[in-house]
Design a protein around this ligand. Structure first.
Ligand code: KG4
Ligand code: ZN
Length: 366
């Protein structure tokens, strides 16, 4: 059994994992707090992590003990509610070590290292993007135990902070194929939505409005869609939306046209993501595609990935919507796989790694 912490950005999360099963996954999101500022404010995020980590951990432990059928009495620490005590048989502690906001990472990682020290358990410092690779395998069927049978695969990780394609060659063995050279896709959704006057984070709002719009109403660029490499670029698309609205501000007075605009912007972003993901999968000859990260909640992305993968005889694994955004379950699942594969634990003195690139794929001539 394993206790995992995630605090790399604006979600404080604690999970308890046992044999590939998520016994608890408690997430406290700070979205409402940062909405006022139109983006994540690192100092506020740090303060909230400090404030929330213990209550979130207590709730996770209570939930895990209830799942294990442990009666809510007999706690050994007087000041601690009995039902929140650490489950018996804890094998290891894990936390996200990077990449992410430096101080935010420190809260979770230092707490996990201190717990590992006090409990004399191994500590696993986890790469946030590697953890995302595991979230499509957590809920539903097949489970994480079948992860190995779907390799190699190509994974799209797409959120407010990152957009990347990863080649998962085998379990615990993966390489970065490409990533955004400027804005992440989620950032493009959010900034386009902001230009339309939608509240932060605008991605989900824009997605909802797009459902009733015509995606062919306006023609926006599809950056890098024809380029054969696996990098992305979304800042130009955001700029196109800005110029479009500068030249036709009256569009915003017509709700039907706003819905068309949302649908057209969404279609551009989704076309690029789907085309490049499926092209990479075909080029590498894999049979499976996976996707995770907040933008994977997008309805059009889920639908278009499903249709295009089916047309190309590719199996698709999408993270469950509840696990697309940051959570400790994916951190714990990966850490447990490391433990089971005999990977050496991380030093208790290891520093957080705010910038921690995934290993690049070596191509011929590079
Ligand atoms: O994974 P996540 O919490 O972000 C980072 O850790 O960076 O995802 C948040 C991002 C935001 O940009 C949000 O607007 C976007 O995911 N998002 C969506 C949708 N739901 C969340 N974007 C488009 N359509 C959605 N339905
Ligand atoms: Zn993330």
């Amino acid at each position: 059994m394993l206790l995992a912490l995630e605090s790399s950005c604006d979600e404080t999360s604690v999970a308890v994992i046992h044999d590939g099963r998520v016994l608890a996954n408690v997430v406290s999101s700070q979205i409402k707090l940062h909405a006022e500022y139109g983006g994540v404010v690192p100092e506020l995020a740090t303060r909230e992590h400090l404030r929330n980590l213990l209550p979130v951990a207590r709730e996770a432990l209570r939930t895990a003990n209830a799942a294990l059928g442990v009666p809510p009495s007999g706690g050994s620490v007087a000041s601690e509610p009995a039902e929140a005590r650490t489950p018996n048989g804890l094998d290891a502690i894990a936390a996200t070590l990077g990449p992410g906001l430096p101080q935010a990472l420190m809260i979770g990682a230092r707490a996990a290292q201190a717990m590992a020290f006090a409990l004399r358990k191994p500590f696993f410092g986890i790469h946030h993007h590697e953890a995302h690779l595991y979230s499509p395998w957590i809920a539903g069927q097949p489970s994480v135990a079948d992860f190995a049978s779907f390799q190699p695969n190509v994974s799209l990780i797409v959120s407010g902070g990152h957009t990347m394609l990863v080649f998962v060659e085998a379990e615990l063995k993966h390489h970065l194929l490409g990533s955004t050279v400027d804005d992440a896709a989620g950032e493009c959704f959010d900034k386009s939505a902001k230009l339309m006057g939608l509240p932060y984070p605008g991605g989900p709002e824009l997605d909802a409005l797009a459902e009733q719009g015509d995606p062919r109403a306006f023609d926006f660029p599809r950056p890098m869609i024809r380029d054969l490499h696996d990098d992305f670029s979304f800042s130009g698309l955001k700029t196109s939306v800005r110029y479009f609205l500068r030249d036709q501000p009256f569009i915003l007075d017509d709700p039907d046209r706003v819905r068309d605009l949302c649908a057209s912007v969404r279609a551009s972003i989704v076309d690029v993501l789907v085309t490049k993901t499926v092209r990479a999968a075909k080029r590498l000859g894999v049979k499976c595609v996976t996707a995770s990260g907040g933008v994977t909640c997008n309805r059009a992305l889920r639908k278009q990935l499903a249709e295009t993968c089916a047309q190309n005889s590719l199996t698709l694994r999408l993270a469950d919507k509840s696990l697309c955004t940051d959570n400790a379950a994916m951190v714990g699942i990966l850490a447990e796989r490391k433990l089971q594969h005999g990977v050496a634990p991380t030093s208790l003195d290891e520093e957080v790694k705010p910038s921690w690139p995934l290993a690049q794929r070596q191509t011929a001539g590079s």
